[in-house]
Design a protein around this ligand. Structure first.
Ligand code: HEM
Ligand SMILES: N=C(Nc1cccc(CNC[C@@H]2CCCN2)c1)c1cccs1
Length: 363
């Protein structure tokens, strides 16, 4: 049937590309492709070797058009968790990932790959958007915590989880296997590293104790390699400072801290032309970068990240590949025109292997 034809084509092009990039001989590539074709004929699917899983996950990062951080694509740490077949085993693999990736602040870009869909059914699903994220509680006077987490927080509460009701409550891990009832697990004490935020010279947050978690670990995207889809493959890098300082803490629909910061800076918030939002934004981003560096937690500023992306583009050209990208995501949200990315153009072609969006598991 057509589906098998599609799988055969995706599988063949991946096996050949992966073998070539790993320096295997044509004979070895041919032998491996014949083996894979045999598995597809016999079972309708095939299993990746660990090396194929490892290189496929790295290729998918290299192909991620919205990612500015791709220079280090070939140094992704890959963990094979395809044997995990219960909620407890999945939870254990997730806590190991968080500990390994955090590494005391010297963050290691990593991915843990759980078993792929089988006979059309998802085997493992993580309900969290990120393994570490703050709860959002909707009340009469508005939202306490992260408004982006309100729906997932409600799902967690309906499963029996209860938060402390502070603006920075870390959410539980919610895991589902073979479409069964989701299980929630609180994060083990001391596992999640957090960074209290302070500005080097100014008392920016007066009274509102602001902090953010150290490691961003995206856990709701799928990973497709050679026609096989992995529905749970949490991956982490380190933050670019603007993600925290120019979006998560500053967006009006997130923590909306600019008015508070502007007041504490003594700025005139009655007129746009005073550029009070811009001044508050810069000092907030200074505080984020200063605090992470103070605590020895990996982070990159948007100028350095843009320069590193330029190096990635040159490296790709040397390898005979064109670095594809989505301009609107690659430019940073603060001072975009001060980076070379802003003055460049990119093809937003979708390449495979790739990370892809999945419908939310809890809506
Ligand atoms: C090592 C440090 C890394 C940095 C600084 C970095 C930076 C970023 C930033 C700033 C974004 C845009 C996010 C947003 O605006 O919401 C992004 C997107 C993305 N990154 Fe990276 N990244 C890094 C590592 C990784 C790794 C290890 C992977 C996967 C293995 C990855 C895959 C992606 C993907 C798939 C997107 C698009 C997400 C979406 O469409 O929502 N990145 N990255
Ligand atoms: N630094 C990171 N940031 C990042 C990467 C991918 C996706 C995201 C979250 N993006 C979703 C939000 C919400 C809508 C637009 N942005 C953040 C990384 C997270 C995981 C690896 S690197």
């Amino acid at each position: 049937p057509a589906a098998l034809d599609g799988l055969r084509q995706e599988a063949e092009s991946f096996i050949r590309a992966c073998s070539r990039e790993r320096g295997l001989s044509d004979a070895e590539a041919e032998r491996r492709w014949a083996e894979v074709r045999g598995q597809i004929e016999a079972t309708g699917t095939y299993a990746h070797t660990f090396e194929e899983l490892e290189h496929g996950a790295r290729m998918a990062w290299r192909n991620a058009n919205r990612c500015i951080g791709r220079l280090f694509w070939n140094r992704l740490h890959v963990f094979d968790a395809r044997a995990a077949d219960t909620e407890e085993k999945v939870f254990e693999a997730l806590t190991r990932h968080i500990a390994f990736a955090t590494n005391g602040g010297e963050i290691r870009p990593s991915i843990t790959i759980f078993r792929p869909a089988q006979d059309g059914g998802e085997q493992v699903r993580i309900w969290n958007h990120q393994l570490l994220r703050y709860a959002g509680y909707e009340g009469e006077t508005g939202v306490v915590g992260d408004p982006a987490s309100v729906a997932f927080t409600q799902a967690c509460r309906s499963l029996g989880w209860q938060g402390d009701g502070t603006p920075f409550d870390l959410l539980p891990l919610v895991v589902q296997v073979r479409g069964g009832a989701p299980r929630w697990f609180p994060l083990p004490e001391g596992l999640a590293l957090e960074v209290p935020l302070a500005h080097p010279e100014i008392d920016l947050f007066q009274g509102f104790d602001t902090k953010w978690y150290a490691v961003p670990i995206i856990s709701d995207m799928g990973l497709e390699i050679g026609g096989i889809s992995y529905s749970a493959a949490p991956f982490n890098g380190w933050y670019m400072g603007t993600e925290i300082g120019a979006r998560n803490l500053s967006d009006e629909s997130r923590y909306n801290l600019l008015p508070l910061i502007a007041r504490n800076l003594g700025l005139d918030t009655s007129s746009n032309a005073s550029l009070w939002k811009d001044r508050a934004l810069v000092e907030l981003n200074v505080a984020v970068l200063h605090s992470f560096k103070r605590d020895g937690v990996s982070i990159v500023d948007h100028h350095t990240a843009a320069q590193q992306f330029g190096t990635f583009q040159r490296n790709e050209a040397r390898e005979g590949r064109e670095a594809t990208g989505r301009w609107s995501w690659l430019i940073p949200p603060l001072s975009p025109a001060t980076t070379d990315i802003f003055h460049s153009r990119f093809e937003d072609r979708e390449l495979s292997p790739k990370y892809f969006y999945q419908r939310p598991a809890y809506l």
